[in-house]
Design a protein around this ligand. Structure first.
Ligand SMILES: *Cc1c(COP(=O)(O)O)cnc(C)c1O
Length: 339
């Protein structure tokens, strides 16, 4: 889907470039500056420069620590005393638990029954209190909001919060500071916190930059909502990219509007393409990616024409996957990518 873009930057989105710079200053003790790795094989294959933004190198194995840190460092002392609560398929919960531990505060993470055990364990190990509730993330989200109200906990949105969005936007600052020549960014897209921050910052710095979002084939709530012109609910189906499918609550205030205005194109990848992206990263680039972390590569190797320009940045958003499941996937898809 190619979209009509309007990159007007007059602060009408509720988040602006200055907020992203402020976030970069604030979160530096918790989130690390991640390096860009040149993807030699892909660069040679497509005769372009392809760079991988290694968010897998964060302490929590995914980028979400940026937004969580920016949001939670803004808590008042009173809010810190009571603690925080959130809903997550895994990586946001892990980030919230990690930041809570660093700040010495309580964190409750609501997750659906379909949440991967590996991600639940990763949260508990950090001291996060996990509550498993309901069949899907809609149910878990409801529970989290209910408990927030009942227990006086502050709800930390996984994506629809200006501070969370600004935190994720610091990825674009780093990418364009080290590689100002980038002309295409390929970004995984679910609730759109990652994409909103990156699109806002990147278009403010470099208005002509081409921004591509990558979603799963099924359960792509943002893709379907943009297509429909309003927030729609989609059925949440299991995916190798378990961090991607999930609802956009109807009270969305920021990410839908930002994504629909600033993202140039959204592509969808199949389960086989996700598996191939992970195997490709493993065998050709020697890096471990979880499904959601690999979709940018999946999209690029499925159709390199999505990279309009010569200098392409691909956000490798996370690496949290059960090692046994990972081994299965890369061996299953290995042959397909080793030609
Ligand atoms: C959360 C997540 C995404 C999607 O981020 P949104 O802000 O929800 O669009 C992509 N990749 C990984 C690894 C994630 O954890």
């Amino acid at each position: 889907m190619t979209m009509n873009k309007d990159a007007g930057m007059d602060g009408r989105f509720g988040v602006e470039l200055a907020d992203v710079f402020a976030a970069a200053k604030r979160i530096g003790d918790i989130a690390v500056y991640t390096r860009m790795r040149r993807a030699y094989d892909l660069s040679a294959r497509f005769k372009k420069s392809v760079w991988l933004k290694m968010e897998t190198m964060q302490d929590t194995g995914a980028f979400k620590i940026r937004g969580a840190a920016n949001r939670m460092l803004a808590l008042t002392d009173e809010e810190k005393k009571r603690g925080v609560i959130t809903v997550s398929s895994g990586n946001h919960g892990r980030a919230v638990a990690y930041v809570a531990r660093r700040l010495g505060i309580r964190a409750v993470i609501c997750m659906a029954e379909i949440a991967p055990q590996h991600k639940i364990d990763g949260i508990r190990v950090l001291g996060g209190e996990v509550i498993i509730h309901g069949r899907n993330q809609d149910d878990a989200d409801e529970k989290a909001r209910e408990l927030a109200e009942a227990d006086g906990l502050t709800f930390i949105s996984p994506f629809d919060d200006p501070l969370v969005i600004a935190g994720q936007g610091t990825i674009a600052l780093e990418m364009l500071q080290s590689h100002p020549e980038l002309d295409t960014l390929i970004v995984p897209l679910s609730g759109g916190g990652l994409m909103s921050g990156i699109a806002l910052a990147a278009k403010a710095i470099k208005p002509g930059i081409h921004i591509v979002g990558v979603s799963t084939k099924d359960g792509a709530a943002m893709f379907e909502s943009i297509k429909a012109g309003r927030i729609v609910s989609v059925e949440e189906t299991p995916s190798l990219a378990d961090a991607l499918p999930g609802p956009i609550p109807p009270d969305n205030k920021y990410t839908f509007d930002i994504c629909r205005n600033l993202v140039d194109e959204i592509v969808q990848v199949s389960e086989d393409e996700i598996g191939a992206g992970m195997a490709y990263a493993h065998f050709h680039e020697r890096i471990v990616l979880e499904g959601a972390g690999a979709v940018g590569l999946s999209a690029l190797i499925s159709d390199h024409r999505i990279a309009r320009g010569e200098n392409v940045g691909v956000v490798c958003s996370g690496a949290n996957i059960d090692p046994k499941k990972y081994a299965d996937i890369v061996s299953r898809y290995g042959d397909a990518v080793q030609k």
